[in-house]
Design a binder for this molecule. Structure first.
Ligand SMILES: Nc1nc2c(ncn2[C@@H]2O[C@H](COP(=O)(O)OP(=O)(O)OP(=O)(O)O)[C@@H](O)[C@H]2O)c(=O)[nH]1
Ligand SMILES: [Mg+2]
Length: 181
C-alpha cells in the first residue's frame, strides 16, 4: 500500500472540521467540540490520506503539527463576525517556517446556508495570506457533502506534485496533545 500523506486540518472553533472529516470518512456519529486532536485515515483513489484535525480551542498549539504535507483551513463562512479572526489565525500559522511552500486549501464551509459568504468574497481576504504558495479557496458544505469531492481532488493533485515530508514528530506531538487535553 502507498505511504500515507498527512494533512493538517485546522480552523476556528465551530468551523466544521470534524463534520468535514466525518463526511470524508462516512462516519455519521454525533459531534462534540474537539479537545486536542483527531486523526481520520481515508483511502482516496489509491492514496492513503491521514487527516489530523487540531481543534479550534487548541489554536495556540496548531504549529506543533506543522510537519504535514498539506494544510486544510476550514472557515465558517456563515460566521461573518469571525472571518477576519480566521484569516489572522491562518496568517499566524503560516509564519511557521516548516510550513513554507506547503500547499494550503481554504475551505469556505457551510455553503448550504444561503447567507454564507461566497468563496469569491473570501478569496479577497485570504489571497494576501496565501501569496507565494500553492493554494486554493473553495466552497463546501460538510453537512451535505457538496464541494467535498472537489476538495479531495485538489488535495490529490498537490500531494502528487510534492514529496512526502519527513514528519517523524507528527504523531508524537499528537499523543502529547491527547494526553494533555
Ligand atoms: N449548516 C451547516 N452546519 C455545519 C456544517 N459543518 C459543520 N456544521 C455544524 O457546525 C457545528 C460545529 O461543527 P464541528 O465539525 O464540530 O466544528 P469544528 O471545526 O470541528 O469545531 P472544534 O472542534 O471546536 O474546533 C456543528 O453543529 C456542525 O453540525 C455545514 O457545512 N453546514
Ligand atoms: Mg472538531
Amino acid at each position: 500500500m502507498a505511504a500515507d500523506r498527512r494533512i493538517l486540518v485546522v480552523g476556528l472553533e465551530n468551523a466544521g472540521k470534524t463534520r468535514l472529516l466525518r463526511t470524508m470518512s462516512g462516519d455519521v456519529t454525533n459531534l462534540m467540540p474537539t479537545r486536542g486532536c483527531i486523526v481520520k485515515t481515508i483511502s482516496y483513489e489509491g492514496r492513503v490520506l491521514s487527516l489530523l484535525e487540531v481543534g479550534g480551542f487548541a489554536r495556540s498549539v496548531w504549529r506543533r503539527y506543522a510537519n504535514a504535507d498539506c494544510v486544510v483551513f476550514v472557515v465558517d463562512a456563515h460566521d461573518r463576525g469571525r472571518i477576519y479572526e480566521a484569516a489572522t489565525a491562518l496568517a499566524q500559522l503560516l509564519r511557521e517556517p516548516r510550513l513554507a511552500m506547503v500547499p494550503v486549501l481554504v475551505l469556505c464551509n457551510k455553503m448550504d446556508i444561503f447567507t454564507s459568504l461566497k468563496p469569491e468574497v473570501l478569496l479577497t481576504l485570504f489571497a494576501p495570506v496565501l501569496r507565494g504558495r500553492p493554494s486554493a479557496v473553495l466552497g463546501c458544505s460538510a453537512m451535505t457533502g457538496d464541494g467535498v469531492p472537489a476538495a479531495l481532488a485538489w488535495l490529490a493533485i498537490w500531494l502528487d506534485r510534492t514529496r512526502p515530508r519527513n514528519r517523524r514528530t507528527l504523531f508524537r506531538c499528537c499523543c502529547y496533545s491527547l494526553r494533555s487535553s
